[in-house]
Design a protein around this ligand. Structure first.
Ligand SMILES: NC(=O)c1ccc[n+]([C@@H]2O[C@H](COP(=O)([O-])OP(=O)(O)OC[C@H]3O[C@@H](n4cnc5c(N)ncnc54)[C@H](OP(=O)(O)O)[C@@H]3O)[C@@H](O)[C@H]2O)c1
Length: 326
């Protein structure tokens, strides 16, 4: 019999809803506790979602001896700080994207992982889905020939005033929130890391970017162009271009149970159907395998570090008007 891992939600963030279902459904996990900055918020949340324990501070959750795994769904500027605190309190951590806001923060998390022997991984849920694995298989099989260019976009209209995504001091901005997905997707496919970037941004009311467009050159010569925005209508796609064909992924970041890819080769366009499971179950299973079976997490710390490095360089490029080497 495998051991049950007790999970705790660090905050009452909206995104928790996506994790609650898989945590309740998995045979290897039990959702035991939630924490909020206020006891009354934690109590109300625990009662709404039938969570046995409610803590009125984040410290109380990470020091709860019954908890094995913390799900860090705090605003971006608190990701590294609380991931490190939780690791040092003896917990494993699944941390929301972006994993951190600087490369130094990722390195500090990596040092805490080394020191404690606990697992920390970034919650890039799309990485575990069958569609993503299929896209990677198609690219690696050489069906597109040699990879040349990747385009991607993730945008939506952010209409909630006061949302954490607007506020620069909380790690806000569209590139951190949604631009991180096409960048991560491209890096996963290319098999080499970016060496040079150029970016433009439009700054929003909270100081973070409300629209970002960027270009990335990879070490093996592949080029990438992407955009992210809180002002554009909802858009989400990846287009992958090789010397012998093009693959279009119309729903790359939040794939569902039934998905379609379009493979264009010469004059032929083939629709490939891909079945998938519950999107957020993948990251829960991956954490369980990492903790209980000692498997390396699918999203490694090096991978998270490289994604953060690209975003930091793109932001610097947008601020200075110059291309940036990585
Ligand atoms: N993977 C995905 O599909 C996905 C989707 C959406 C969001 N995310 C990520 O999940 C994280 C949370 O996003 P969200 O939209 O769910 O956030 P949210 O609803 O605004 O919740 C953030 C929570 O953080 C706590 N908090 C601590 N300090 C805060 C501060 N200074 N201001 C505001 N809240 C503060 C609050 O909890 P208490 O009041 O309970 O302390 C709040 O409920 C972000 O990192 C985001 O990038 C991931």
């Amino acid at each position: 019999m495998e051991r049950n891992l007790n999970w705790g939600l660090l905050s009452t963030a909206k995104i928790n809803r996506a994790l609650i279902k898989p945590l309740n459904a998995s045979k290897r996990t039990r959702l035991l506790a939630v924490a909020s900055r206020s006891q009354s918020t934690a109590d109300a949340y625990a009662s709404e979602w039938k969570i046995p324990r409610a803590h009125g501070s984040y410290e109380a959750l990470i020091n709860d001896p019954g908890i094995d795994v913390i799900y860090n769904s705090l605003p971006n500027h608190l990701h590294a700080e609380w991931t490190i605190k939780a690791l040092r309190a003896g917990k494993h951590v699944l941390c929301e994207k972006p994993f951190a806001l600087t490369v130094d923060e990722v390195d500090a998390v990596a040092a805490a992982v080394k020191e404690t022997g606990k697992v920390a991984a970034e919650a890039f849920m799309y990485r575990h889905h069958a569609q993503t694995l299929k896209v990677k298989e198609i690219i690696d099989s050489g069906q597109l020939g040699s990879l040349q260019l990747i385009k991607g976009a993730f945008s939506f209209k952010l209409e909630r005033e006061g949302d954490i995504r607007w506020m620069l001091e909380l790690g806000g901005g569209s590139i951190w929130d949604v631009g991180c997905y096409p960048i991560s997707y491209a890096r996963m496919l290319v098999g080499a890391e970016p060496v040079e970037v150029f970016g433009w941004q439009v700054t929003g009311p909270g100081g973070g970017d409300e629209t970002f467009t960027g270009q990335i050159r990879f070490a093996n010569g592949v080029h990438m162009q992407f955009d992210s925005s809180f002002k554009f209508p909802f858009r989400s796609y990846m287009e992958i271009v090789g010397t012998e064909g093009t693959l279009i992924v119309p729903n790359p970041f939040k794939p569902g149970k039934n998905n379609s890819l379009q493979l264009n080769q010469g004059n032929d366009a083939t629709i490939l159907k891909v079945k998938g499971g519950e999107l957020y179950m993948g990251e829960v299973d991956d954490m369980c395998d990492a903790i209980l079976k000692d498997n390396p997490p699918r999203v490694s710390l090096e991978d998270s570090r490289a994604n953060v490095a690209v975003i930091v360089a793109l932001l610097k490029s947008a601020q200075t008007g110059r291309n940036m080497a990585i």
